[in-house]
Design a protein around this ligand. Structure first.
Ligand code: SF4
Ligand code: SF4
Length: 299
């Protein structure tokens, strides 16, 4: 369940009006994403770089990329039009922390100009340990990390390369570094009291049997929520980078994996895989009402 009774008050304060962290809140509160983060520092085999980061965004729609100044303007406009808008996230279209200048400049301005809006970001975790201080400096209460494996042997089937420490690293070594950075980043956030949501993309035949172990490992390190989301298969959305012919899971397969994780880290079951420029209540997309030219007109 999700309510004040089974949570310490300081945690409840952070989740009660966040539509992704509280199933109840998602009926009443809206979130928006601004697409200020185009670059990525890893390659996922399921990524379709033409579209938003498949970390959490439904591919198939290209988000309008914004500079930090444009993003801030957009957020302030939306906040005045949609009073239930409580949360601003940076979730791509690449990786929020592979674009640290743009990401943190947006947060810095917003913290100053709209201190009531809660801030959150999504990342693949590779750069996370380097930015925990900065995340805390801007009072970013919520961080989503996409963790698809806790075993580099599984990881090397998902990630062909990472770019880290000024070089491109491939194979088992790449997956091992990514895994270690994800676990370290998660532990550091937990130690600082930042709430974390773990996204796992369920890829049939690759990590379906493995996600229970992911659930156990992230729970052990203090993850607040685990969101197991289906791979959206390429047929509808063009070719993924390295998973030609890979299908997505059926609804039944997804439910089986989620059920197998019951009793572990709390599962989020109401994620809508929003796009990197989503605006509105979950399941409602009002991004078309707030394109840059429309915002100009509103002024
Ligand atoms: Fe694509 Fe993966 Fe980078 Fe997201 S984290 S933009 S899915 S390569
Ligand atoms: Fe929330 Fe999922 Fe949408 Fe992210 S993608 S804003 S977690 S519903």
């Amino acid at each position: 369940s999700d309510g004040p009774d089974d949570m310490p008050p300081e945690i409840w304060e952070k989740v009660k009006n966040h539509p992704c962290y509280s199933e109840e809140a998602h009926h009443h509160y809206a979130r928006m994403h601004v697409a200020v983060a185009p670059a990525c520092n890893i390659q996922c085999n399921y990524c379709n770089r033409k579209y938003d980061c498949s970390n959490e965004s439904r591919p198939g729609v290209v988000s309008q990329k914004l500079t930090p100044d444009q993003a801030v303007k957009k957020v302030l406009t939306v906040a005045s039009e949609i009073p239930q808008m409580t949360v601003l996230g940076i979730a791509g279209p690449g990786d929020a922390l592979a674009n640290p200048k743009k990401t943190f400049e947006t947060f810095r301005q917003l913290q100053e100009k709209a201190p009531d809006i809660k801030l959150c970001l999504s990342t693949n975790g590779l750069a996370l340990p380097d930015y925990v201080d900065e995340i805390c400096r801007y009072n970013i209460d919520h961080v989503t990390i996409t963790i698809n494996m806790v075993d580099p042997a599984v990881g090397e089937k998902i990630y062909p390369w990472i770019y880290w420490d000024h070089r491109r690293i491939t194979g088992y070594e790449a997956a091992k570094i990514l895994h270690e950075r994800q676990m370290l980043g998660l532990e550091m956030l937990t130690a600082r009291g930042v709430l974390t949501k773990i996204n796992s993309v369920l890829i049939p035949g690759i990590n379906d049997q493995h996600l229970m172990e992911v659930n156990r490992e992230v729970k052990k390190r203090g993850a607040f929520l685990h969101n197991i989301m289906p791979l959206i298969s390429e047929a509808e959305h063009g070719t993924h980078f390295g998973l030609t012919g890979q299908r997505g899971p059926s609804a039944q397969e997804l439910k089986e994996v989620q059920d197998a994780c019951a009793g572990g880290a709390n599962l989020m079951r109401h994620c809508r895989q929003c796009r990197a420029d989503a605006v509105g209540l979950l399941g409602e997309d009002r991004s078309d009402e707030f394109t840059l030219d429309k915002i100009e007109e509103m002024e």
